[in-house]
Design a protein. Structure first.
Length: 350
């Protein structure tokens, strides 16, 4: 009789359903997939999932649930499993994508994705997911809500601009658009007050935000987004991992002498962090010698501004993690020499 040493449930999460593959590994260390089923992505489906997993596993070994981070669609299940105290691992999309390339999979479906996630959970050691602290969860909700308002305000302002330049603009339409912009601005102001109050009311969070704000280009809002989207760097173990989580990691496609694509960023990561780092990078290149040097070096080599901006984004983001771990403020004089010395840069296109 085979002795099971590891059991996992690989879950591919969609908006309305969960595609689940059961996998196990015995003492021969060969992964085996043996059961598959689809469940609704709602509380009733979660309960059915737990019952089904119990029927297909042994109680002698814990079952680990493995899923890919898919926007917000995985969160309800993650919180449900956490409340039931089931071990859970959440994988970055880029890690699963890279892993799938190592498998002999020609057709990608929800079922094959669940299989790949289950195999990944069997073959790799994973850090268990932790439920976000309430303060970071609230901070994330507020920063994302503000981001949606900013996007909405931009759309309405463009609409107002177009309406004003018509041959005979409608006065009532102009009034409604102006009122909508004023209302959005008011809501944005309220959210910013709530964010500041949240930070002020928590000494630990206030200390970290203040430290991150010593970095050129990083203000209170950007620091808040970074901490909110990483749960206070809870599961981040290195600057490189943070870069990958954000989708600013470099991907290359090269095969023999015939296929050689230009390196580019993966964009398979947290879009809120990527967006938040754009303007801070532009500011840093104007007001800090270290980032000016990085920017100028890449421009001189390739003449592509976006390559340089993305490189600075990545450097800034990694710096936030470094200062957080070291519990140090940014000292531009400390980094001035390293900025002026030649270093090997990985350049990307956006």
């Amino acid at each position: 009789m085979e002795q099971i040493i590891k059991q996992v449930a690989g879950i591919d999460v969609a908006k309305k359903e969960l595609v689940v593959t059961m996998g196990k590994m015995a003492t021969d260390l060969k992964p085996k997939l043996y059961a598959r089923k689809v469940f609704a992505n709602n509380p009733r489906g979660f309960e059915s999932l737990i019952q089904w997993v119990a029927l297909h596993t042994t109680t002698a070994i814990e079952v680990r649930f493995i899923m890919e981070a898919t926007g917000v669609y995985h969160e309800q299940l993650a919180y449900f499993l956490d409340a039931k105290q089931y071990p859970l691992g959440i994988v970055l999309p880029s890690r699963i994508s890279n892993y799938v390339r190592t498998l002999e999979v020609k057709t990608v479906t929800d079922s094959t994705s669940a299989d790949a996630i289950a195999l990944f959970g069997l073959e790799r050691h994973m850090q268990l997911w932790k439920k976000p602290q309430k303060i970071y969860k609230t901070l994330r909700q507020l920063t994302r809500e503000r981001g949606q308002l900013v996007a909405e305000a931009t759309a309405v302002q463009n609409q107002l601009h177009a309406e004003e330049r018509e041959a005979e603009p409608n006065a009532a339409t102009l009034k409604r658009l102006q009122e909508r912009i004023a209302f959005i601005d008011q809501q944005e102001t309220e959210i910013l007050k709530e964010i500041k109050a949240l930070i002020k009311g928590n000494e630990g969070l206030k200390k970290v935000v203040t430290r991150l704000c010593t970095i050129p280009g990083i203000g209170l809002l950007t620091a808040s987004i970074i901490l909110a989207e990483t749960n206070g760097f809870e599961l981040i173990k290195s600057g490189r991992q943070l870069t990958s989580y954000t989708g600013l990691d470099v991907v290359e496609k090269e095969s023999g002498t015939s296929v050689k694509a230009r390196p580019k960023i993966s964009k398979k990561g947290n879009k809120y962090l990527r967006k938040a780092m754009h303007y801070p990078a532009l500011t840093a290149t104007k007001h800090d010698e270290r980032f000016k040097a990085i920017y100028a070096r890449i421009i001189a080599r390739h003449g592509i501004k976006m390559k340089a901006v993305v490189a600075v984004q990545r450097k800034l983001l990694e710096l936030t993690y470094t200062l957080f771990k070291r519990q140090e403020d940014y000292d531009k004089n400390h980094f001035l020499k390293s900025a002026q010395s030649p270093t090997n840069q990985i350049e990307v296109t956006k």
